[in-house]
Design a protein around this ligand. Structure first.
Ligand SMILES: [Zn+2]
Length: 311
């Protein structure tokens, strides 16, 4: 297999792994929605009258039953195993939960979202780690890297702050979910309204994130899937770029597109080859979700300069 075919095979492999990670992320979403639905229903069955649930009912002080709900949730969540970022936010929710019933149910939904975010960050992080490991191993073999060079690649600080960004996205979603829930309480939460609030839609056309908290949380699911692809691509290709600098025989690189790539990436490929120092990085210089890649062009001898024209 030549290096271009190897790169294509690697792209296909990553795309397949992305699909598997998607189903993990989808599964986490389903479990979260089950959790939220269960607690909202319990709350509804406990307090709704013939007209549903109103603000006047939920603005009352929490009682023993409410507190027990909260305790049950805390017990099930195993918060002490969460990342610090998640634990800090859970503390804020704990303080909020005691204010009144509205705050308590919002805190329970919020805790479900924190748990989801914590799981998503773990999932994204472990994919990035294993993708980086595989990429570094490929580079080690292909370029005969020394163990010192491999160590530098392993310890490369990407400085992407993707966790901070993901938490910000999650906080925004949590805020919106709370607004949507409070709005439907104010309008009078009937059984039908509760159904609307929890409805999961699969086509983009049907999604109503301002009415359905499931659709709103679905946006975080899409973000998580995007983070996996985008940051994996950026980090892999940063390591490649770094490794090529170690090899004087590599002067240029070329952009290899993923199957069915977009117009932007096709045009980046048409401008091949690139100087290895200034080559574009897939995901960073193209677009989010990009699975294109770069490969080196090796100059074997000074008369072998037309390798870029062989396709
Ligand atoms: Zn691309």
């Amino acid at each position: 297999m030549d290096s271009e075919a190897r790169a294509q095979a690697r792209i296909n492999n990553l795309i397949n792994q992305d699909k598997q990670t998607d189903s993990t992320i989808d599964n986490q979403f389903e479990v979260t929605m089950d959790f939220i639905r269960y607690h909202l229903m319990a709350f509804y069955q406990r307090y709704a009258d013939d007209n549903g649930l109103s603000v006047s009912q939920t603005s009352q002080q929490v009682n023993q039953w409410d507190i027990q709900q909260w305790r049950d949730v805390l017990k099930r969540m195993n918060i002490t195993s969460w990342e610090q970022e998640a634990q800090d936010r859970a503390k804020v929710l704990s303080a909020q939960a005691g204010i009144n019933k509205t705050n308590l149910i919002n805190a329970i939904i919020g805790l479900g979202l924190l748990n989801l975010t914590n799981q998503q960050i773990t999932t994204i992080g472990s994919r990035l780690n294993s993708d980086n490991d595989e990429a570094i191993e490929d580079l080690r073999q292909e370029l005969n890297l020394t163990s010192a060079q491999v160590a530098i690649l392993r310890n490369l600080d990407d400085g992407d702050d993707w966790q901070d960004n993901f938490w910000l996205a999650s906080d925004g979603i949590r805020n919106n979910v709370e607004i949507t829930f409070n709005n439907s309480l104010r309008a009078g939460l009937t059984q039908i309204a509760l159904g609307t609030l929890l409805a999961v839609h699969f086509s983009n056309k049907e999604k109503r994130p301002n009415k359905s908290i499931a659709d709103r949380i679905g946006q975080l699911v899409n973000s998580a899937k995007g983070y996996v692809r985008t940051y994996s691509s950026i980090q892999i290709n940063r390591r490649k770029t770094k490794a090529y600098k170690y090899k004087p025989e590599i002067k240029q690189v070329k952009w290899i597109t993923e199957p069915g790539c977009c117009k932007l990436c096709a045009s980046i490929q048409r401008s091949n080859p690139y100087d290895k120092i200034s080559a574009p990085i897939p995901g960073l210089d193209s677009h989010p979700y990009c699975r294109c890649t770069i490969i080196p062009i090796r100059t074997h001898s000074y008369d072998d300069t037309d390798e870029e024209d062989d396709d």
